[in-house]
Design a protein. Structure first.
Lengths: 442, 789
């Protein structure tokens, strides 16, 4: 269904939309109104690291990290657009995934949300935190989670174009086209309810028979082929479950959202419009409670294959992203990369502002949304000291307006554990975590 | 040769096929004789039995990187050497020659290890249809010219650069969901219900008027306005025809102006539309011509069911290159070539069009039913015929019965046989037998392909789609695998227009023509560059490859040719007098054109630039990887690129910059083998235009320097020399490289050591045929890897 087939509708802006949910056993009927308000998480990744001039350098003001630490800190030019959001933002330095230390400088994007040991010839990844959360809370919304990237698809191991990985460590294809994403989230079906019901029921039968038939195929195949067929079979099974889920959601209309609210024609050739369109879509998905979990990979680390490599040139900065990152140490290089870091931070601010300006309960949407933003390189190729920023979640127990500095004794996974627990996904540990990160909590 | 042979055996052993006696590992003597003594002298004092700085002990590392466990550690060591971090500054240093010995050995061994890791042991891993194969297969299967793959995620690229590698192609729930959707949508178009639909006809001469909308409308299109037709009534399904009656006033010395026809809707602020077609207008205003365009109405933005602005819009634009553009500033307009005007006389619309009702794509599936055939028998036959084509093989009765069970379940729930059949056959389209190229072989030894499997390999190699009736017929008769028939079929398939897909896909993947989109040309440096031109550049290279294949010319033309395939915008970009239209034509070249061969094509030159200037290293790596199949080692971590902003550096010519770069021994060990290839191409700027001077960023111009010494010591001066050198000395490597790439594409898998002999033979046969691509294709099809599973 194409977006322009949609009826004209009123765009839900800042109304704190409440939507009917299907009656699910897992939903406690006695839940109070406050508890029923959603808790959400969004993780955004960008490649190639950031500009990190030394403190005494002429261009020190283009260092991504703020000056000072604790509450007494000041944003540099790079993150200055976040100044009005200070009360909602914590900058974290010194964190990283210990397993990433041994990996190639270009290889760690894959484990940003998985923390997996991922090296050598096997390249086996493990589940990402959004999917951990989806397993617990995904049933409450029409879509369990939303996976986006500028490149789309899954890419190749070490150059994945998605941040999300299933419980078996399989990459989850990311969507990249705003019109397609919009249609997936809000595209309505013009067909009558009866028709849709019938279609779902026949889908269930189709998938069932396909599974039946394919199992017998397994025996005829060699080992390598069996693995591929297994990937197919588990995909069919997952779709079966989705069909079942859709049947439960059948009578609840999709939220009505005006396609004019998002620039659906935006393409990566216009990075500002495009990145904002992606953020708008996440915002709308959250606002309509279509999902509570989202990931967005702004670009991947292969300069030669990511569409994001041309982002700087498209906004009038000289050179490609990979080149800017490599040239950071040269004269004027810190400022050049810093300007691009600043541009990306401005887009984040746009997203955070939309969340902050939308009331929800007795706060804003941002107060119930955790936004993790960062890279798995500090400077390019360096897998330590990730530039990281955590925003939102005041009503989930987080405190902000601080710059926290950690040593390598604290793995990034500790933050993941704290984030997951805060959105009601009980988590004792995640991969290499050593505890919770209490510093971000009030 | 010996070395790779031995390694092939090692791999075979790994795969538990057969273990042979252990001869000396030829790469080990190299290690023992040349490398180990150097490590001993420069490294072991700190990384040996007495001391293990950084927990590293070199003397115990396994020098065999294919079977040993230490390849990763060796890789780290190579990086340290390349970065110049080891040995530490205060310690004795390698002489340059010594460093090269160690680096070359490490690089070679690591490459072999990487190849071994990619190898799937001569086995094509169960291969899913790629996005484009899926699309073309559905088109051929259903006889419907639509885009069926629009929603599917983009494909990954394998380490050797191809998208059709079975091991790389994956499946995921989201993707499966879109397959289900696409299958349903496809079947609901293929099978029609009810009486023939109403046909809408429309005729207009004067352009419609617009209110409160940007831009002017007119029948005379000068590039700043458009022609507009508004249709109140239109179909929502089916094929439609738009006829445009138009002529042009062509400015003197100008190319034919180009017309773009779009269909879409007017919404609130935007007017979404999709392009129906583009065409050159060569006719005069006095003697206009009629253009007929066909499209599928569902592929265009249509109004919703209760829109604010009802109706369908047909818009026509003048999009000639060099035409002034509203968006651009006036300074550039002065440079634009004189304006040509397209004059629209009339526009007709008719749709939906169909030759018969139900249409052919319907009766192809639901063929005419004899009165005396009972519904279950008819249904069984419909399903069987459809399955055989979709699965690309004969099907068993049980398989048909399984699908028919779904039909039986659905039939009572819906009004008609047609509706039940849509869902039933959609199920066939999500089966693994359709989505994957199944070649079952549970044994551990290779087997011959069945006739039908061979038919599919052939058709996906040369057509990116399913086999046609003749291939099916020959496979059914058991004749396809006969060498003479097979060769005949290859010729027939290459002569079929569908082989254009082989040209387009193979050339784009081999040469990475997609890379053009990842470079943004900086308008500060190239104010007149039109991004549209990138499409022409890609098309030039595809047309060039096609010209060589279809006319059975020598593939050495890829290295140098006395002709080019050009259209008007690209010819103007190159400064060559060429065709006046946008279609590609063969244009003879003279030496002063400085063109001929892949290396002079803008697709390659622009892809390997940084959008501001040429990038000799990228160009060299591209040449080594794609043309000679001898990729250099990937760069070590933390190496800064050449930076044009370094003030002192900026004064140097690029060649001097690279020289300065190579003065560092650490850089030199790899770059001495890379840079010269790219320096010889310095006469071409970032967009592929010829130049004799380079404009420096900080002002001033310096002459281009193109003198380079190739790794073997051969001196070249610019592109002509380089091409002459390649033709004289590198024909073998080129033949081997192209054989390797095409075999990889044809098989849909990475090659392993055990394919070495096949590649040798292919290269030999290819060269022996005077480098005819058709011969190479045939030899691949006849090779053992192509015929076994």
């Amino acid at each position: 269904m194409k977006s322009w087939h949609l009826h004209r509708r009123t765009f839900l802006r800042g109304t704190g939309v409440t939507l009917a949910l299907p009656l699910l056993e897992s939903m406690a009927p006695a839940a109070t109104a406050a508890q029923a308000l959603p808790k959400r998480m969004c993780c955004v990744y960008f490649p190639f690291g950031v500009s990190l001039p030394p403190a005494d350098h002429d261009e020190a003001n283009w260092n991504w990290f703020p000056r000072g630490e604790g509450r007494d800190f000041g944003f540099t030019s790079t993150l200055e657009s976040l100044e009005p959001l200070r009360e909602h933002v914590t900058v974290l330095s010194g964190l990283s995934h210990p397993h990433g230390h041994k990996m190639g400088g270009h290889d760690t994007g894959d484990i940003f949300l998985t923390a997996a040991p991922f090296k050598g010839s096997r390249f086996g990844n493990s589940i990402s935190i959004d999917q951990v959360a989806a397993a617990t809370m995904g049933h409450a919304t029409r879509l369990p989670s939303l996976t986006l990237s500028s490149d789309g698809g899954v890419g190749e191991p070490t150059r994945s174009t998605t941040l999300s990985f299933s419980d078996r460590g399989r990459p989850i294809p990311a969507l990249a086209n705003p019109a397609q994403i919009f249609s997936r989230l809000f595209g309505d079906d013009d067909d009558a309810l009866e028709m849709r019901r019938r279609r779902l029921s026949s889908s269930a039968s189709m998938l069932d028979l396909v599974l039946d038939h394919s199992r017998s195929l397994q025996r005829k195949l060699g080992k390598q082929d069996q693995e591929k067929l297994d990937e197919y079979l588990s995909s069919v099974r997952a779709v079966e479950q989705r069909v079942e889920r859709s049947q439960r959601w059948l009578e609840i209309p999709k939220p009505e959202v005006d396609p004019g609210a998002v620039n659906l024609d935006a393409s990566p050739k216009g990075p500002e419009e495009y990145i904002r369109a992606m953020y708008d879509l996440i915002f709308l998905a959250f606002q309509t409670d279509t999902t509570r979990l989202a990931t967005y990979m702004l670009g991947q680390v292969a300069g030669a294959t990511t569409v994001a490599n041309s982002f700087p040139a498209c906004i009038g900065l000289s050179g490609n992203w990979h080149g800017l990152a490599h040239g950071a140490g040269k004269k004027g290089g810190y400022a050049k990369l810093g300007r691009f870091d600043q541009f990306l931070a401005q887009q984040l601010s746009y997203f955070l502002n939309r969340l902050a300006e939308t009331p929800e309960g007795d706060g804003s949407m941002l107060d119930r949304t955790l936004v993790l933003y960062g890279s798995s390189n500090s400077r390019t190729h360096n897998n330590h000291n990730y530039p990281l920023l955590l925003a939102g979640g005041k009503q989930l127990g987080f405190q902000h307006n601080q710059h926290l500095r950690f040593t390598e004794k604290t793995p990034l996974s500790n933050l993941f554990v704290t984030m997951l627990n805060a959105i009601d996904v009980p988590t004792a540990g995640f991969v290499d975590s050593t505890g919770e990160m209490t510093e971000v909590m009030s | 040769m010996m070395r790779s042979l031995y390694l092939a055996l090692v791999i075979a052993a790994l795969l538990r096929v057969e273990l042979c006696a252990e001869p000396d590992l030829p790469s080990q003597p190299e290690f023992a004789r040349h490398v180990r003594p150097l490590l001993q002298e420069f490294c072991l004092r700190c990384h040996g039995d007495k001391k293990q700085e950084a927990d590293l002990r070199l003397d115990l590392l396994d020098p065999d990187m294919v079977t040993g466990a230490d390849a990763e550690t060796w890789h780290d060591i190579l990086n340290k050497l390349n970065l110049g971090e080891m040995p530490p500054k205060e310690e004795p240093q390698f002489a340059d020659r010594q460093r090269e010995t160690v680096v070359d050995w490490l690089t070679g061994e690591l490459q072999r290890a990487a190849q071994a890791r990619r190898s799937t042991g001569s086995h094509v891993v169960l291969r899913r249809l790629t996005r484009y194969e899926y699309n073309h297969t559905l088109r051929d299967l259903l006889g419907l010219d639509r885009n069926f793959a629009g929603e599917l995620p983009p494909e990954s690229t394998s380490a050797d650069g191809f998208q059709n590698n079975g091991a790389t192609l994956r499946m995921a729930p989201l993707q499966m969901e879109y397959y289900v959707q696409a299958a349903r949508a496809a079947m609901s178009k293929a099978i029609v219900t009810g009486p023939p639909p109403e046909v809408f006809e429309f005729h207009a001469e004067e352009s419609a008027k617009v209110r409160r909308v940007k831009g002017k409308v007119s029948n005379r299109l000068d590039g700043k306005n458009k022609y507009l037709a508004r249709l109140e009534k239109f179909p929502r399904e089916g094929n439609v025809i738009v006829r445009v009656h138009a002529g042009a006033v062509i400015a003197e010395g100008s190319d034919y102006p180009r017309m773009r026809v779009t269909m879409g809707v007017r919404s609130d602020t935007q007017a979404p539309e999709a392009v129906l077609a583009e065409a050159d207008v060569a006719a005069s205003e006095e003697d206009p011509q009629t253009f007929e365009f066909r499209g599928r109405i569902e592929d265009f933005p249509l109004p919703g069911h209760n829109p604010k602005y009802p109706g369908l819009q047909i818009s026509i634009y003048n999009v000639s290159a060099g035409q002034p553009d509203q968006k651009r500033n006036s300074k550039k307009d002065k440079d634009a070539s004189p304006q040509s005007v397209i004059v629209i006389k009339a526009v007709d619309f008719i749709g939906p069009v169909f030759q018969s009702w139900p249409p052919e794509h319907h009766t192809r599936i639901l063929f005419e039913r004899d009165d005396d055939v009972a519904e279950p028998d008819y249904v069984r036959e419909v399903i069987r015929r459809f399955m055989e084509r979709a699965y690309r093989r004969p099907v068993q009765d049980e398989e048909v019965a399984g699908v028919q069970a779904l039909y039986d379940k659905l039939r009572p729930q819906v009004g008609s046989l047609e509706e039940a059949m849509r869902d039933t056959l959609a199920m066939v389209l999500i089966s693994p037998d359709f989505l994957y190229l199944l070649e079952p072989n549970a044994g551990s030894t290779p087997q011959r392909l069945t006739e039908f499997e061979l038919a599919s390999r052939l058709s996906y190699f040369l057509w990116s789609s399913m086999p046609d009736d003749e291939l099916f017929r020959l496979a059914g008769a058991g004749e396809l695998s006969r060498p003479a028939i097979l060769e005949q079929q290859v010729q027939r398939m290459l002569a079929d227009p569908k082989s254009q897909l082989f040209v387009d896909q193979f050339s784009s993947q081999w040469l990475d023509l997609f890379g053009l989109d990842r470079v943004a040309i900086n308008p500060e440096f190239y104010p007149k560059f039109d991004d549209q031109l990138k499409n022409d550049m890609r098309a030039e290279t595809q047309a060039f490859f096609g010209e060589i294949l279809f006319n059975d010319l020598s593939a050495l033309n890829l290295l140098d040719s006395d002709f080019a395939m050009l259209n008007a915008p690209l010819a103007r970009h190159y400064g060559i007098a060429g065709p006046r239209g946008t279609a590609f034509e063969r244009v003879p070249l003279t030496p002063s054109d400085h063109r001929g061969g892949l290396l002079t094509q803008a697709s390659m030159l622009l892809r390997n630039s940084n959008g501001e200037d040429s990038h000799p290293i990228k160009r060299a790596v591209w040449l080594l990887e794609r043309i000679l199949d001898d990729p250099p080692a990937p760069p070590p971590p933390d190496v800064p690129e050449l930076d044009p902003n370094e003030p002192d550096f900026a004064k140097l010519s690029l060649k001097q910059q690279l020289e300065a770069h190579r003065e560092k021994a650490a850089c030199n060990s790899c770059h001495r083998r890379i840079d010269p290839w790219g320096i010889a191409l310095e006469n071409f700027d970032a967009t592929g235009r010829w130049r004799t001077e380079v404009e420096k960023k900080k002002g001033g111009r310096v002459p281009v320097e193109v003198e380079a010494t190739l790794p073997g010591g051969h001196e070249v001066r610019g592109i002509e020399d380089l091409k002459a050198y390649l033709l004289q000395h590198e024909k073998q490597r080129f033949a081997r490289a192209l054989s390797t790439k095409m075999l990889t594409y044809g098989l849909g898998r990475s090659l392993g050591f055990d394919d070495t002999q096949t590649v040798d033979r292919l290269a030999e046969e290819f060269a022996g045929s005077d480098y005819r691509l058709s011969r190479l294709v045939t030899a691949i099809v006849q090779s053992k890897p192509f015929q076994t599973k």
